[in-house]
Design a protein around this ligand. Structure first.
Ligand SMILES: NC(=O)c1ccc[n+]([C@@H]2O[C@H](COP(=O)([O-])OP(=O)(O)OC[C@H]3O[C@@H](n4cnc5c(N)ncnc54)[C@H](OP(=O)(O)O)[C@@H]3O)[C@@H](O)[C@H]2O)c1
Length: 149
């Protein structure tokens, strides 16, 4: 994880215009707690990429998340968005369905208790569900993609 911090620090130290926001994979199974702390200390706002883990790992059926959501009469998606917001992680969820877009805005009328926040912490695997930014092959593939327009 520290390699990401070095790259971010390089950007901050060697550039006049420094990153204001850093969007990284952040969801209940990869919570980025240490990275969020590091970014806060360096005035970079963390933003969640794939807040629902794109549904991987059966996020929407996860027992811990379902039971917390039910307690507040909310959906799992709303519980996850609320958990991120209470952690001060910026989140811009994507849905192509109007009712889900409305649902995703409706998270400001409840607050997760400390106990529920801590229950969600237990789901953290500290591993990506997608790909590793430490793999040189992957870094090369991402860094050399060209837009075909
Ligand atoms: N910077 C980048 O390169 C990059 C790349 C990809 C994505 N992103 C950003 O990351 C964010 C989310 O990305 P993502 O869609 O890949 O992952 P995600 O947020 O984890 O979403 C997974 C899926 O959840 C569904 N969903 C949304 N609201 C829901 C709800 N209330 N209940 C049940 N399902 C719900 C959506 O499907 P439906 O549409 O079918 O509802 C969405 O496709 C977006 O803001 C996107 O712009 C950034």
């Amino acid at each position: 994880m520290r390699h990401i911090w070095y790259r971010l620090l390089d950007l901050i130290i060697h550039n006049e215009v420094v990153p204001a926001v850093n969007q990284i994979e952040t969801h209940p199974f990869n919570q980025q707690i240490e990275s969020a702390k590091f970014m806060k200390e360096n005035n970079v706002q963390i933003e969640s990429w794939a807040p629902f883990a794109e549904g991987k790992n059966n996020l929407f059926q996860n027992e811990v998340l379902v039971s917390i959501a039910e307690k507040y009469n909310k959906s799992v998606a709303q519980a996850v968005l609320r958990w991120l917001t209470q952690r001060e992680v910026v989140v811009i969820p994507k849905s192509v369905r109007k009712e889900k877009i409305i649902e995703n805005f409706n998270i400001f009328d409840f607050e997760l208790s400390q106990e529920d926040m801590e229950s969600i912490t237990t789901l953290d695997t500290k591993q990506s569900l997608f790909f590793s930014h430490r793999d040189p092959e992957m870094v090369k593939w991402i860094g050399t993609r060209k837009l075909d327009i």
